[in-house]
Write a protein that binds this ligand. Structure first.
Ligand code: FES
Ligand SMILES: [Fe+2]
Length: 413
């Protein structure tokens, strides 16, 4: 039996996502990449300080002077993201040029000047040092030499990205590969109604990322929630419709059960507006050709990932925003947001509240496994992860990590 028959793909489809489409090897992956403190430090130096991270959305800072802080604990940095008077979004290290106090202590707000509370040094929204009390007491001092330290920043479709490397090897458009053009028509900017959660998790960020890089788990961990929206009697496993990778962007097009009939309460919620999974006839015509690439009625949504930590799942009328923020080899922060169009009436509001709670509950199911996994990974009981062809994106993330930070340590050494 060929691999193609085994996974039940139709004629003309590739035999294996892992080998034939993505060009990856099939070897088991050592668990040490998720347990070793030394390896985590390699990731800090070779990945976290070098690549683009999504830190938020432009809607969070609509006005000049609006700012928020991105605490990037893995690289021991506090970064201020601020909209300038010229409306440009900039990023700076939140470190005073005098004696390195944190300039801004609040997580977010609006300021016309950035003011250090220690000795009163004041900076413009463009980072320039504007005022130094008792300036004449300093030696050989020129204010122009003491601006805030800039952090590379760019915005794509409202997503704000930063790069701790002052001279990134790739521009953000290059880094985003096929997403950059492919999603240029998707109306992210219309979906400004946001539900957000944040969790501190006791696991390596790759453990939670792996859980969102495949849909193999759906019939099992989500058996009490969304499983039936993804499988049915004829198709008991939610095999992916398509996977592709371009530079640092990875995509998995998800199968959805077109015959799914929700329970009565859920059905009422779906009927009254833009929920996560609801699709209207003819709406596919409005999707950018990049989305639902197989143009099938059995499409649930496209799961998109930007290496190493950003994930967004794009549906017809909404999108989910996930960030797996590395903290330590066994700790991460996890941001989950649901973005929808602002509700136009009470029915749509009800529908959206329902969608948000449905999402929250299913995501809590996902997060159940990850701390259990981390808690036993270092026991030595198992030395490797095994990824099926359906889990090829999870494998790809591990291989990308090793391509940049070196091979995972040999287990047991
Ligand atoms: S440390 Fe900021 S003004 Fe002194
Ligand atoms: Fe899940």
């Amino acid at each position: 039996m060929t691999k193609y028959e085994k996974v039940g793909k139709s004629a003309g489809h590739p035999a294996s996502w892992t080998v034939d489409v993505l060009g990856l090897d099939t070897a088991p992956v050592p668990v040490t990449g998720c347990t070793s403190p030394e390896y985590f430090q390699k990731e800090v130096e070779h990945i976290f300080k070098k690549v683009w991270f999504c830190v938020g959305r432009e809607e969070e800072i609509p006005n000049p002077g609006d700012y928020f802080i991105w605490d990037f604990k893995a690289i021991k940095a506090s970064i201020i993201i601020v909209r300038g008077k010229d409306r440009k979004v900039r990023a700076f290290h939140n470190v005073c040029s005098h004696r390195c106090n944190k300039v801004t202590w609040s997580d977010r707000g609006n300021l016309q000047r950035l003011y250090c509370q220690f000795h009163g040094w004041t900076y413009g929204l463009d980072g320039q040092l504007l005022n130094v009390p008792d300036e004449k007491e300093f030696f050989n001092f020129n204010k122009a030499d003491h601006a805030l330290t800039p952090v590379s920043a760019d915005v794509w479709k409202g997503f704000i990205f930063i790069n701790a490397d002052p001279n990134p090897k790739e521009t953000l458009p290059q880094y985003l590969g096929h997403f950059y053009e492919g999603l240029s028509q998707f109306p992210f900017e219309e979906m400004t109604h946001c539900y957000a959660w944040r969790l501190n998790l006791n696991c390596n960020y790759k453990i939670i990322k792996d859980a969102f890089s495949e849909i193999y788990h759906v019939p099992f961990i989500h058996v009490l929630s969304v499983a039936k929206a993804f499988v049915n009697q004829e198709r008991r496993m939610p095999h992916v419709l398509k996977m592709d990778i371009d530079n640092h962007s990875l995509r998995l097009s998800m199968y959805g059960n077109p015959k799914h009939v929700p329970p009565p309460g859920t059905g009422i919620a779906y009927k009254h507006g833009t929920s996560v999974v609801k699709r209207n006839e003819g709406d596919d015509d409005k999707l950018p050709p990049f989305m639902n690439p197989t143009r099938t009625d059995s499409w649930a949504g496209d799961l998109m990932q930007v290496f190493p930590s950003f994930h967004f799942t794009v549906f017809q009328n909404s999108y989910i925003y996930l960030n797996y923020i590395p903290v330590a080899e066994d700790k991460c922060e996890w941001e989950l947001r649901l973005y929808l169009r602002p509700p136009r009436n009470a029915s749509e509001r009800f529908s959206q509240e329902y969608a948000a709670i449905e999402l929250r509950d299913s995501i809590l199911e996902d997060s159940r496994t990850v701390e259990y996994t981390q808690s036993v990974l270092s026991s030595g009981a198992k030395t490797h992860f095994h990824f099926s062809d359906q889990e090829a994106l999870a494998r790809a993330h591990h291989l990308m990590t090793q391509a940049m930070a070196g091979p995972y340590p040999e287990p047991g050494k």
